[in-house]
Design a protein around this ligand. Structure first.
Ligand SMILES: NC(=O)c1ccc[n+]([C@@H]2O[C@H](COP(=O)([O-])OP(=O)(O)OC[C@H]3O[C@@H](n4cnc5c(N)ncnc54)[C@H](OP(=O)(O)O)[C@@H]3O)[C@@H](O)[C@H]2O)c1
Length: 416
């Protein structure tokens, strides 16, 4: 569609364009037989999408972290449409524990699930690690949704199979996916505060949303599952998303006022992809202004999408939860000006190490290195982290102390 379409609102091939509203693109659609989850349905685009899906008859589950805002949103939707079926379940996407708990609660309701709209998002946040030790924009925008989608997939598969109705997953990406780090996704330093850019980290997370859609779409196609997965750029829409943006964005907005949409238009592409019958069988595509559009080069890179898929799975594995805690421990110790090194093992390895010190080749060679370091860094601290219980880590520390009493040891047990 391009700038011309954005400015003029001219309809594209789908019959809709940037001026279309969520109500326009769902006009006449009966969604009474559908159940949809919308993350972040308490504000901006998500709230409008929730309102319009409920208006078309869908049973909408708002997944949000703020109970007060969720109740107010629900009240507002029901006030406008007393027949609306809207429920709320708590979900904080920045916490894998909360995502798991949300899915547990949703599955306990024994509802079908036809539509999943991964809408919630944060933008331009200052560097911060989540409670799982993951950079917050990547964690909230991508990892939380990646986990949520994977945990809900069986439910969506069984719903589509039993109902014979196509399931639909919609990921809110952004045109900002084009503005990311030079390598697309910083797999080897995702949690590194050095070189962190609030804007590029947001772009990286939105590229991840797009690549997640593409990879999942391919996997479901290969499996022959009747669920489509697409990503959307909703347009430039004035919402709370801009809470962390500075003067530069205000100036940009003033200069580009003719490109901005209101909320009713901002939710149109999401609702079109989620509900419109024209979308039947369309999967693995990226949409803007209710029409298929071309993403960036990174956005069409299948091997990058596969790499992100594997990386996201590893981030979510218990071992990686441990690794992230290590990184956190390291960065916090560095902040205190202390040298820190880390052993990384699982509890089984730990038991062997305690039982038979001579079979610790890696540990032995590291010890020699530490001894050298100790001469240059008298303030040396060895942080030992393990998946095992505290006693095991303590035992290792005690045993290691017998080998070289010159070291200080801090043992940490990482909760899984
Ligand atoms: N607005 C635009 O111009 C634009 C452009 C391109 C893409 N997008 C994308 O569109 C989506 C919706 O954004 P919006 O503009 O509607 O912004 P918004 O008004 O700020 O809405 C974002 C929603 O996400 C929720 N959220 C944030 N962090 C969360 C967390 N950890 N757990 C659960 N929910 C969380 C927010 O809840 P709280 O109220 O509790 O924070 C809010 O309900 C985002 O994915 C954004 O990247 C927007």
């Amino acid at each position: 569609m391009g700038i011309y379409g954005m400015v003029t609102g001219k309809a594209g091939k789908s019959g809709f364009g940037s001026a279309s509203t969520a109500e326009d693109v769902t006009h006449g659609i009966d969604a009474n037989h559908l159940t949809a989850i919308i993350t972040g349905g308490t504000s901006g685009i998500g709230l409008e999408a929730a309102r319009v899906l409920a208006m078309r008859g869908a049973h909408v589950i708002i997944a949000a972290r703020n109970t007060k805002a969720a109740n107010e949103s629900k009240e507002m939707i029901v006030q406008m449409n007393p027949n609306a079926r809207v429920d709320f379940l708590q979900l904080d996407l920045s916490s894998t524990k909360s995502v798991r708990s949300f899915v547990h609660q949703f599955l306990a309701l024994n509802l079908p699930l036809n539509i999943l709209i991964n809408n919630a998002g944060v933008m331009f946040c200052p560097f911060q690690l989540t409670e799982d030790g993951i950079e917050s924009q990547f964690a909230t925008n991508h990892i939380g949704h990646f986990l949520l989608t994977n945990l809900l997939l069986d439910k969506m598969k069984s719903t589509s199979k039993e109902s014979r109705i196509e399931g639909r997953i919609v990921n809110l990406s952004s045109v900002a996916h084009t503005y990311t780090y030079s390598q697309g996704i910083k797999f080897d330093s995702i949690n590194d505060p050095d070189g962190y850019s609030e804007k590029k980290a947001y772009g990286q997370s939105k590229l991840s949303n797009l690549l997640h859609s593409n990879a999942l779409s391919r996997k479901l196609k290969e499996e022959g599952v009747n669920i489509t997965v697409n990503s959307v750029h909703p347009g430039l829409v004035t919402t709370n998303l801009f809470r962390h943006s500075g003067l530069g964005m205000k100036v940009f907005k003033a200069m580009s006022f003719f490109l901005w949409k209101d909320i009713t238009q901002g939710a149109a592409t999401t609702c079109y992809v989620a509900l419109n019958p024209n979308m039947k069988g369309v999967t693995g595509k990226y949409f803007a202004d209710c029409n298929v559009t071309a993403p960036s080069k990174f956005g069409t890179n299948d091997s990058l999408a596969d790499k992100l898929w594997d990386f996201s799975r590893r981030v979510l594995s218990p071992l990686d939860a441990e690794l992230h805690s290590f990184l956190w421990a390291m960065s916090s110790l560095r902040l205190h000006g202390r040298y820190c090194s880390v052993f990384h093992t699982d509890s089984q390895e730990l038991v062997n190490m305690v039982a038979d010190p001579d079979s610790w080749p890696r540990f032995q060679s590291e010890l020699a290195e530490f001894q050298e370091l100790r001469t240059s860094f008298p303030d040396f601290t060895l942080t030992y982290c393990s998946r095992g219980k505290n006693e095991k880590a303590d035992l290792l520390a005690k045993n290691a102390r017998l080998h070289n009493s010159a070291f200080d040891y801090v043992s940490t047990s990482i909760p899984l």
